[in-house]
Design a protein around this ligand. Sequence first.
Ligand code: GLP
Length: 248
Amino acid sequence: MTTIHENKGIFIYMQVIIKRTTAEIADLVSEKFVSLLEKKPKAVLGLATGSTPIATYEALINKIKAKNLPLEDVKTFNLDEYVGLEKEKYSYRTFMEENLFSPLGISSSQVHFPSEKTLSAYDEQIAAYGGIDLQILGIGSNGHIAFNEPGTPFESKTHVVKLEESTRDDNARFFDTPEEVPTHAVTMGLATILQAKEIVLIATGTNKQEAVRQMLSGVNSLNCPASILNQHPHVTVYLDEEAAGKLY
Ligand code: GLP
């Protein structure tokens, strides 16, 4: 399935791939990362947290180990991080350590996270490494990407955000108590994300149906931050049948 949108007189093709299982999606997306790493050992990877990429990271770890791919020249930039966390165990850095970096032996000198202290320097740092070659994204149930909540300007760079209550509720499952979910985060902006050379977005489950429908409706709306992806020339969207439920 390919959705075609006209944007400023240019037709944009968002390739949409619908699969039955998360495992099939994980296989395809991890394969994209592997081919990049085989071609470009100095690749710059844009990484996401959340439940969605976990299966892809597992598949990627298995493939990289099976092929014995060298990773010492790889650099990674994560999309976002909480602000004001009291316990490091809830941080996205810890999530990435556990789910990808540590199993692959990627060292802390290779990885980057945005911080409220540096903000736009993050965009400059990404640019200094030549830009992100491949960015993986999930999508929030309200259409957010990274932590760019509805209403975020399309030209935004790395910035601090106040999280919507719906986002705090969605993410409370990762915390011992709902009160521990931070109210703020620091995130790559929408313009930062759009600088990536290639983007893959994964959405699974019925709670993503409406966000996916809006993203692929062809209307670029601040109400659905993911709709900015219509402006990017190289995006592939991977959906399971549940997330694609409102597209038919
Ligand atoms: C968080 C993250 C996003 C992620 C979204 C969806 O808000 N900041 O990067 O895409 O949640 O998460 P999940 O994959 O757990 O549904």
